[in-house]
Design a protein. Structure first.
Length: 401
């Protein structure tokens, strides 16, 4: 058994959006015995990477030191979690040491499984393939879009839950808008590969996106996904899951998004949902409390809640987790409930954005009064580019929103 070098009343695994937001809210509630396990020294605002890839924001604006966002009263354990024993209430760290807890919040984020699509990892080493899903590659996306004047561009989305499910579409629209403004869109075949039966899971937003792709002349492959990539030969195999057919597309630019799942180490713990091959933490979708271990809560991308994995979802989940966690500390039943709210701000042009807000019912769930957000809008673009980053750094991570 590894030596125990610390104990916290509340231990948080992960210092990303979810972990820091919960820690900040606990600090504001007066609960100061909080430990945060996070190995990274840099904190990233990942939604900005789409705009970096589309040439609409600088990369440096998406990063700040982790120390700058860590709540003042939280103990930062700069190490990585490698195992959780919920019976012993112990988290084992990569260093070999361990931390024990009274209550645990699991928020390690999501894992990018590049290896699950044959040839994808290798293709990223070739110049014509990029992805906005990493800090290092987003600038390459913009470089390739800017350089392209003709040929075929493919934008692909994998099947299964991914963080910010609208991101594979957003970059296609930003690219098409740029090429239209440059007068070369008619010389570029734009192919958007989606595993879903429609552009979006909520009809009113799907209808608006149908109009967007028609405006750009984008060729949409529904119920399809890229299942193999030959980076050297610049060929993507697109499988139509409905028809059972395969099509080889020669590309001049390919934007890829990997399948995603809970971190491998988390999959092997008792906290993982045994019925879910992606290994997400098995929580009640309303209270966010673990269904088998009541001292454990989870939120964010690694939780089993059947909502879109977005920062906006975390913003609504964090107050629920904190209220229910503090209730559990006081010996009370959890009363706060999360309704599945998520928001997907889809950039449809360099200065237009469609704000898709919805909940577990897959019905529109607007939160901005007096504004029709079922259509792409310029004011929503301003929200995406300036309002949401301000909200994130200055309010959400400080437990104020």
């Amino acid at each position: 058994m590894p030596p125990t070098d610390a104990h916290h009343g509340v231990l948080i695994v992960g210092g990303g959006t979810a972990g820091i937001t919960v820690a900040a809210r606990l600090q504001r509630s007066g609960h100061e015995d909080v430990g945060v396990i996070e190995p990274a020294t840099t904190h990233h605002y990942q939604p900005l990477w789409t705009l970096v890839g589309g040439g609409r924001a600088p990369l440096a604006e998406s990063a700040r030191p982790e120390a700058a966002v860590m709540p003042r009263t939280a103990s930062w354990i700069q190490d990585a979690a490698e195992d959780i024993d919920p019976l012993e209430k112990r988290v084992t760290l990569r260093s070999g040491r361990a931390v024990t807890y009274d209550k645990l919040v699991v928020a390690p984020g999501i894992q990018l499984d590049w290896h699950k699509i044959p040839g994808m990892s290798e293709a990223l080493d070739t110049p014509m393939v990029s992805s906005n899903y990493t800090y290092g590659l987003a600038p390459r996306t913009w470089a390739r879009i800017r350089a392209m004047r003709s040929g075929t561009a493919v934008f692909a989305m994998p099947s299964g839950p991914i963080k910010c499910a609208g991101a594979p579409q957003k970059i296609a629209y930003l690219a098409a808008d740029h090429w239209r403004r440059e007068g070369v869109l008619n010389d570029i075949r734009v192919v958007l590969v989606l595993p879903t039966p429609a552009m979006f899971g909520v009809k009113v937003f799907s209808d608006e996106l149908d109009r967007v792709v028609a405006r750009y002349g984008i060729e949409v492959r529904l119920n399809s996904e890229v299942t193999e990539i030959d980076g050297v030969g610049r060929t993507a195999i697109v499988t139509d899951n409905a028809a059972g057919t395969k099509d080889a597309i020669q590309y001049d630019f390919l934007h890829v998004v990997p399948p995603q799942s809970a971190p491998d180490w988390l999959k092997s713990t008792p906290l993982a949902d045994p019925a879910n091959p992606n290994g997400y933490v098995e929580v009640d979708k309303h209270t966010l409390q673990h269904v088998r271990f009541p001292d454990v809560f989870a939120l964010g991308d690694a939780g089993s809640t059947p909502n879109s994995k977005t920062g906006a979802a975390v913003r609504k989940q964090a107050p629920v987790v904190v209220e229910n966690l503090l209730a559990a500390v006081g010996g009370r039943d959890p009363r706060a409930r999360y309704d599945g709210y998520a928001s997907c701000p889809i950039t449809t042009a360099r200065n237009r954005m469609l704000l898709c807000e919805f909940d577990y019912s897959l019905q529109p769930h607007p939160t901005i009064p007096l504004i029709d957000t079922t259509h792409e809008r310029y004011d929503m673009w301003l929200l995406k580019r300036y309002g949401l980053p301000f909200l994130y750094w200055n309010l959400m991570l400080k437990g104020r929103a």
